[in-house]
Design a binder for this molecule. Structure first.
Ligand SMILES: Nc1ncnc2c1ncn2[C@@H]1O[C@H](COP(=O)(O)OP(=O)(O)O)[C@@H](O)[C@H]1O
Ligand SMILES: [Mg+2]
Length: 411
């Protein structure tokens, strides 16, 4: 064979071989990349499944899933919304990447916000939307592949299950805490009630006998000086006994039995509306302007509605006393939404409270009133009831002469 023919053939052959090699190399490279991507997804999915079964807190859950999806999908931004405990509002629970355009959206959220996101991923449980992801475009500008979408769907489904569990655990935890608080409050009340009963009986007898004795002694002839001494002795013996008797009465009234069954989910506004009716008679002869400020989208709270009314009644009674020397007497009651809580305020422009007394006044028997006016028990009972409902109560004041505000926060 002429070697002149042989060399071009060899060249073509070599070219063909190298093309085949390059092709298979490229194919393998692409396959490897796809495999690596798939393995990365598998690793993450495995990690997510494992972690989600352990995390029981909604906050931690959203934190973990948010970070994982953000890194896994390499998106420019990510938002996670979860439904609040009332089930009516979706709140931003996690935000990564660029500043969110929207902070709070309800079910009919504005289309512009959704328009900006590349993927809107719902989290459904038993036909209920319990949250959703909003993902921005990918950082490198590439589109979401079918694999991406399948992985996202799996993550959304698993998160929905975990989220539902977390919500359940949260409610269960609250229920147990309340149950324990009621049990504690109840046993304390039974003890207080029986103690009050034990004190009241002999006390009433002793006071009655002393009055009889007073009348009899007064019939005897004696010097004016002696009469004054006798009268003072009776006065200073009977006065503290009356005071003790009044305290025992208050304790007895508040130790009326209640049970877990009295705890219910209620709207604080209903309790306040009932209170409005009750307080009217109290304010009949007081020259006070009582106003209300109310938010209309209040979350439901758990507790005993009557306790809330009693708390407000205590605040108003105290405010009326503190307003005695004020000319333009004003009380404002506010019922506000504070994140997921209800915030109740009772503000007056009365004499105010010194800073070092703000905590003290919630202790039992702390009073600045005279024997006949106060027992010092009102606020301590309010605190016990509010805490049994899982809430907080405190007083705020800019000092003497600047009025006071009592705040109740119910979760
Ligand atoms: N609105 C108020 N303004 C000023 N002081 C207040 C106010 N509310 C309560 N206090 C103070 O807190 C004390 C304790 O109140 P409370 O526990 O209701 O007992 P009591 O009313 O029998 O004194 C009061 O004696 C008063 O000094
Ligand atoms: Mg009081």
């Amino acid at each position: 064979m002429n070697p002149l023919y042989f060399y071009p053939l060899l060249l073509v052959y070599a070219l063909l071989l190298s093309l085949l090699y390059i092709n298979s190399h490229l194919k393998r490279g692409t396959e490897n990349r796809l495999l690596a991507e798939q393995r990365r997804y598998q690793r993450h999915l495995f990690k997510i499944s494992k972690e989600l079964s352990f995390i029981k807190e909604q906050g931690k859950l959203v934190l973990f899933v948010g970070d994982t999806v953000y890194q896994l999908m390499r998106v420019s931004w990510l938002l996670i919304y979860t439904v609040d405990s009332d089930g009516d509002v979706y709140r931003l629970a996690r935000q990564l990447g660029k500043e969110a355009r929207v902070k709070k959206i309800d079910l009919s959220f504005d289309a512009a916000a959704a328009e900006e996101c590349a993927v809107l991923l719902p989290m459904n449980r038993s036909n209920r939307l319990i949250g959703f992801f909003m993902l921005g475009p990918k950082q490198d500008g590439s589109v979401f592949s079918d694999d991406d979408m399948s992985v996202l769907k799996i993550i959304a489904d698993q998160t929905a299950v975990a989220l539902e569990n977390a919500l359940y655990w949260e409610k269960e935890k609250q229920r147990i805490i309340r149950q324990e608080a009621v049990a504690r409050a109840k046993s304390l009340d039974i003890m207080t009630g029986s103690l009050a009963h034990e004190i009241q009986n002999p006390l009433t007898g002793a006071m009655g006998n002393l009055e009889v004795l007073r009348e009899m002694v007064n019939k005897y002839e004696m010097t004016q000086d002696d009469r004054e001494v006798v009268e003072e002795s009776f006065k200073y013996t009977l006065e503290p006994l009356h005071r003790v008797s009044k305290m025992v009465q208050v304790l007895n009234n508040y130790s009326k039995g209640y049970s877990v069954a009295d705890f219910k989910v209620f709207n604080a506004l209903d309790a306040v509306n009932d209170f409005k009716v009750l307080v009217q008679s109290k304010l009949k002869h007081a020259d006070v302007q009582l106003t209300y400020e109310v938010d209309d989208d209040l979350p439901q709270v758990m507790g005993v509605p009557v306790w809330l009314q009693e708390a407000l009644m205590n605040f108003v009674s105290n405010a009326l006393h503190a307003l005695r020397k004020t000319k333009d007497k004003r009380i404002v009651i506010r019922v506000l939404r504070h994140q997921r809580c209800v915030r109740l305020e009772c503000e007056d422009n009365g004499q105010g409270i010194p800073a070092d007394m703000l905590k003290e006044i919630f202790h039992p028997f702390v009073t600045t009133k005279s024997t006949s006016e106060g027992t010092g028990l009102g606020l301590s009972i309010v605190r016990r009831h509010i805490e049994a409902m899982g809430g907080d109560v405190w007083a705020e004041s800019y000092g003497v002469g600047h009025g006071a505000t009592f705040v109740v926060l119910l979760k």
